[in-house]
Design a protein around this ligand. Structure first.
Ligand code: ADP
Ligand code: MG
Length: 259
């Protein structure tokens, strides 16, 4: 792979996140250095509490890191040493995020859920909004559900609407935080299928926190294993077949046996 002349789409340097808790302080991230190149698909795995969600939230500035810097698309968007003047709304538009919970408005149709997001965030003309809605619903295979309410859809379909809502913003990068964890097992496939299409057909850059190991093996270029607030290991997808690290090996056998 010739990537030496490419610049990372997002990079974090020396990232640390400390939460103040009643008992004192909790280090959720420690000494995190990570580069994501354009077009890469990075799967982040690790035990519950190891810092995966906190990493995503620090990278898109949903929460402020305690130390370190974040660089996105050639721009420093956070630096704990010196405040940077950036348009945070623009950053968040460019870094889409899909959560475990779909967070749809239940009293609005699919169309109006998407419409609201596009109007509120981007304030696009209605014609452009309509065109984008048609387009993204095709991408997630839900054109026929445009006038349905979320309550009339399965969990898998609702998550695909949530993905469509992110796509409609035309982000440069999308984070997925356990997108299939709230779904019944038989519904995870359709969501993973859509995510795969984002990579194969649309060449999206994705960072996916997920324990869907077969998906990670097939779609990810890189596996990042987090353990106790640190990146313990980074490697190619083969890492999941022949884990070169004892703790990773133990983690993988734990999640495989949980199935
Ligand atoms: N807002 C918060 N306040 C205090 N502690 C938090 C907060 N968010 C996360 N944590 C703690 O930080 C650690 C990492 O959490 P998280 O990033 O959610 O882990 P993961 O996503 O890998 O399960 C955990 O110990 C968690 O309890
Ligand atoms: Mg999490």
């Amino acid at each position: 792979m010739i990537e030496s002349n490419k610049k990372p789409l997002i990079e974090v340097k020396g990232l640390k996140k400390v939460f103040k808790t009643r008992g004192g302080e909790l280090v959720a991230l420690n000494n995190i250095n990570l580069k994501i190149m354009p077009g890469e698909v990075v799967a982040v795995i690790g035990s519950s509490g190891s810092g995966k969600s906190t990493l995503l939230r620090c990278m898109n500035l949903l929460i402020a890191p305690t130390e370190g810097s974040v660089h996105f698309d050639g721009e420093t968007i956070f630096n704990s040493e010196s405040p940077v003047d950036i348009n945070i709304d623009q950053v968040r538009q460019n870094i889409g995020m899909v959560f475990q919970q779909f967070n749809l408005f239940m009293h609005l149709t699919v169309k109006n859920n998407l419409h609201l997001a596009l109007k509120k965030v981007l304030n696009l003309p209605n014609e452009e909004i309509e065109a984008r809605i048609t387009n993204v619903l095709e991408t997630v295979n839900l054109s026929d559900k445009i006038d349905s309410y979320p309550g009339e859809l399965s969990g898998g379909q609702q998550q695909r609407v949530a993905i469509a809502r992110v796509l409609a913003m035309r982000p440069k990068l999308i984070f997925f935080d356990e997108p299939t964890s709230a779904l019944d097992p038989e519904l995870t496939g359709e969501v993973l299928e859509v995510m795969k299409r984002l990579v194969t057909d649309y060449k999206y850059t994705l960072v996916v926190v997920s324990h869907e190991i077969p998906f990670a093996r097939e779609v990810a270029n890189r596996i990042v294993f987090m353990d106790e607030a640190e990146i313990l290991y980074e490697g190619g997808p083969d890492t999941l077949v022949n884990p070169p690290n004892e703790r990773l090996k133990r983690f993988l056998s734990k999640i495989l046996s949980a199935r």
